[in-house]
Design a protein around this ligand. Structure first.
Ligand code: NAI
Length: 664
């Protein structure tokens, strides 16, 4: 007989153990078989003689319960089925809560969504202090609300305002923070978790359930403010639904509050936003597991030799960001720049990034100090013979990069992989001077490196599978998501993004006001409009890349001239928070720069927001289709993922090549 995902046993002290261990997976996630098995388990304990207490525990190494399987939710046919799913879980957890004995959750590993709602149904929660233990309700992030009692039980445990904070933030918090926030009651070393949970269970069985102070209700103004803040965001819908259940449910008996939760959950679960966000969740998951099988005819080598010492050339914005990120992952780094002052600026920037990581609690002071110590600096390439990966991030200039490659070829060892961080130059041009072009690959990081999750892994015509495999493993080991593309000017993201920005400039030149263009795209979901994005990238950089695009796509890329004219007038966009571009940062950064009227060739033209969106998204879709037809990317999913992670495409739209953006 195959093993059940939930099993029970009662030990000699009268403690019933409910163990979650999905036999078909490394994780535990609620799905119909697991829910059915839990129902059986609870039924078995309901009538058990001599039962004093119950402990919930997972047999997995890193997961308590990761929540409900999103595949299950994505397949729900309609709102009635979603309501049924919510009721089933609520009823089951309710039976657990109503057992005549105390229920204690022993949490080790991720305890998310439905997993945490299960734990909330118990009387006490003990969490292991291991780093893999995280707790929270992330449903709002995928367009849902907790629908198995989380919106009702959490406010009754920690108060309405705190519960709203957790549910709207939709994040998993480490065990120590969960203890501080009252999400769990006790921490224990992982090795002692079961013992401590059992001790707590027996203590509660002997002394009675804990009497908890009634947490404070939140005033109506709190909810009004939260609703206002949420309404402008694309998490607005689920956030408003969660606030509703927390506020109205707070004044209702539990059963009625749960009915309200079901109603609001069902209203969201099969809606467009949730469907799209769940799709994005799976896209990201697939991206993290990307392989190179579709790119090479020959099989993968047995194991990709990992990189230990990374040489980074160019200590500017990108080079210093890459060096810091590699060091933060425990790699040895040599950072080289011909300009001593650039190295000093780079090191200052790296120090700042480590400090930031410390302040955010991502690293301890000692860790940051040690990692900083792992970065050596140099003004020459001499020391690079020890590197097994070199990433060049010098100025975007073919001749300079070729010269550098030729020098590198004389220094690095025969197994060293040579990577370029160029954002647009075809790899084959850069690799031309190298005697072994098979070891050249593109690693296109995005700015800022510590925050942008995407790396385009660019394969040149000669890149060997062994090189590509090592690079792929490297990107994954950095915690970044790779999207593999074939070398071609601008690869994918730079190419389509600058076609899009050029079209935005064309609209502007045709008289559509800056604020109308930006507001239309923001309203559609982009984090910022294209004119603002040009200011952020820099008018100079934008103009330069427009030039490159025109050079490489002479028959299709007709560069607009506004950026060139702005540059001539001394406008470079937002540089270090100051500066002047489509907006004026010294005055009011929210207001379009009044001096731009000097360039307007025609009277300002009104254009409906929908038309602006259609035109600009249309350019993105059209160019992406070409990229796919040319084989620069393999699948529309790759395109969707790259724009989501590399260009801030709004997740709530599901992806560029989906109907919402005109992609299908
Ligand atoms: P940057 O101008 O901030 O830094 C370039 C650095 O390279 C300078 O410090 C310069 O002194 C140094 N350098 C120039 N020639 C050198 C040589 N032969 N040997 C050693 N050092 C040399 O440039 P940034 O923005 O960091 O860009 C670097 C590369 O990354 C470019 O290829 C760019 O296209 C690409 N990139 C830039 C992004 C951005 O947002 N800035 C995003 C993604 C890629």
């Amino acid at each position: 007989m195959s093993q059940l995902p939930v099993t029970t046993s009662i030990d000699a002290d009268g403690v019933g153990w409910i163990t979650f261990d999905d036999p078909g997976s490394r994780a535990n996630a609620f799905n119909p078989p697991m829910l059915a098995a839990l129902r059986e388990a609870i039924a078995g304990l309901e009538g058990a003689a001599g039962l004093k207490a119950v402990v919930l525990v997972s047999a997995k190494e890193k997961i308590f319960i990761a929540g409900a399987d999103l595949r299950w939710i994505a397949a729900l046919p309609d709102a009635a089925a979603a309501a049924q799913l919510s009721r089933e879980g609520q009823e089951l957890f309710g039976r657990l809560a109503a057992l005549k004995v105390p229920v204690v959750a022993a949490i080790h590993g991720a305890c998310a969504g439905g997993g945490f709602e299960l734990a909330l149904a118990g009387a006490w929660r003990v969490a292991s202090d291991a780093k893999e233990t995280t707790v929270g309700l992330p449903e709002v992030g995928v367009g849902l609300i907790p629908g198995w009692g989380g919106c009702v039980r959490l406010p009754r445990l920690v108060g309405a305002a705190a519960a709203a904070g957790h549910i709207l933030k939709a994040a998993l918090v480490p065990a120590a923070d969960a203890l501080k926030a009252g999400l769990v009651d006790e921490l224990a070393p992982a090795a002692e978790l079961r013992l401590r949970a059992k001790a707590a269970a027996l203590r509660l069985a002997a002394a009675g359930l804990p009497v908890r102070a009634v947490p404070p209700a939140a005033p109506a103004e709190f909810f009004a403010t939260q609703r206002r803040t949420a309404s402008g965001r694309f998490r607005g819908q689920p956030a408003a639904a969660a606030l509703d259940v927390i506020e109205r449910g707070g004044g209702l008996p539990e059963a009625e509050a749960l009915r309200l939760e079901t109603e609001r959950f069902a209203g969201l679960a099969t809606g467009e936003a949730a469907r799209n966000l769940i799709r994005v969740f799976f896209l990201k998951e697939a991206g993290r597991k990307a392989t190179l099988d579709a790119w090479f005819a020959e099989p993968a080598p047995a194991a990709a030799e990992p990189f230990r010492i990374v040489g980074v050339i160019g200590a500017g914005v990108m080079g210093s960001g890459i060096a810091q990120w590699c060091a933060s992952r425990g790699l040895g780094v040599i950072l080289c720049d011909t300009d001593r002052e650039a190295i000093e600026r780079g090191i200052t920037a790296i120090r700042g990034l480590f400090k930031q990581a410390e302040e955010r609690g991502q690293l301890t002071h000692d860790q940051a100090h040690r990692m900083m110590g792992g970065i050596g600096v140099s003004t020459s390439l001499e020391d690079f013979d020890v590197c097994d990966l070199v990433i060049e991030a010098i100025v975007e200039n073919v001749a300079e990069k070729q010269k550098l490659m030729a020098n590198l070829a004389k220094i690095v060892g025969p197994d060293c992989v040579v990577a370029s961080n160029t954002s647009a130059l075809p790899l084959e041009e850069l690799a031309a001077p190298l005697p072994h072009p098979g070891r050249v690959v593109g690693l296109h990081f995005f700015n800022p490196v510590n925050r942008m999750p995407l790396v385009e892994l660019v394969l040149g015509p000669h890149t060997s599978r062994a090189t590509a495999e090592r690079a792929l493993a490297f990107v994954k080991s950095l915690g970044k998501t790779p999207v593999v593309c074939r070398s071609s000017p601008g690869f994918f993201v730079t190419r389509v993004l600058f076609f899009y920005l050029n079209e935005a400039c064309r609209l502007w030149e045709q008289g559509v006001p800056t604020e109308a263009i930006d507001a239309a795209m923001r309203e559609w979901g982009w984090p910022m409009g294209p004119m603002r994005l040009i200011d952020e990238v820099g008018i100079d950089v934008t103009d330069f890349i427009f030039g490159e695009m025109q050079h490489y796509f002479p028959d299709r890329f007709v560069s607009t001239s506004i950026c060139r004219r702005m540059l001539t007038a001394g406008m470079k966009g937002r540089k270090n928070g100051n500066g002047i571009g489509f907006y004026s940062y010294a005055d009011d950064p929210e207001k379009p720069n009044p001096a731009m009227t000097q360039f307007v060739p025609v009277a300002r033209a009104a254009l409906e927001a929908g038309t602006i969106v259609e035109r600009l998204n249309g350019v993105l879709v059209g160019e992406t289709r070409r990229v796919l037809a040319e084989g620069v990317l393999k699948t529309p999913d790759d395109a969707d993922l790259a724009l989501l992670l590399g260009a801030g495409f709004p997740a709530v739209r599901g992806g560029l090549m989906r109907p919402a953006a005109g992609g299908q």
